[in-house]
Ligand binder design. Structure first.
Ligand SMILES: [Zn+2]
Length: 156
């Protein structure tokens, strides 16, 4: 990946306290460039592509809205779509996105037993946008990290 000045500015906006209190990098020691490069490799290895994953996440978020904030079963998954509370800018400054949190977990594990990032994906409209357009799944340890292996296990 060739890092442009626009990318470099976006990476700076991922730090805690700029767009969100916790930022987008979690406790991942890797640079955003590395995170993006390595996740692209994981996507390839797992046979995932960014557009298809983004569509699936979008579709589940939509289905989850029927639960009006309560978790509902969608196939083998439990989906909970929270309210959209305000908007967040993308670190690349190419748009504003709803701050809604959607959680997706296996329907056969009680919600309170699920561990974020291990058997539960949490994402917002901004997460979907960053995955689709910038191929950025966020850093490990970020609550909104879209871990490729977990995407594969839960969504496909
Ligand atoms: Zn963007």
């Amino acid at each position: 990946m060739k890092t442009s000045p626009v990318d470099r500015e976006a990476f700076q906006r991922m730090a805690p306290g700029i767009i969100t209190a916790t930022g987008f990098l979690g406790d991942d020691p890797r640079s955003p460039e590395r995170i993006i490069e390595e996740d692209a490799i994981f996507f390839d290895e797992l046979g995932l592509d960014f557009d298809t994953v983004a569509e699936r996440l979008q579709e589940l978020a939509k289905r989850g809205e029927a639960g009006l904030g309560e978790p509902i079963t969608v196939g083998k998954l439990l989906v909970q779509s929270g309210d959209a509370r305000g908007m967040l800018p993308c670190p690349w400054e190419d748009g504003f996105f709803h701050k809604n949190a959607v959680s997706v977990s296996p329907a056969d594990i009680p919600l309170e037993a699920c561990v974020e990032g291990e058997d539960m994906l949490i994402y917002s409209e901004l997460s979907i946008h960053m995955l689709k357009v910038h191929h950025f799944c966020q850093g490990r340890g970020s609550p909104f990290r879209l871990e490729p292996s977990l995407i594969k296990r839960l969504l496909f």
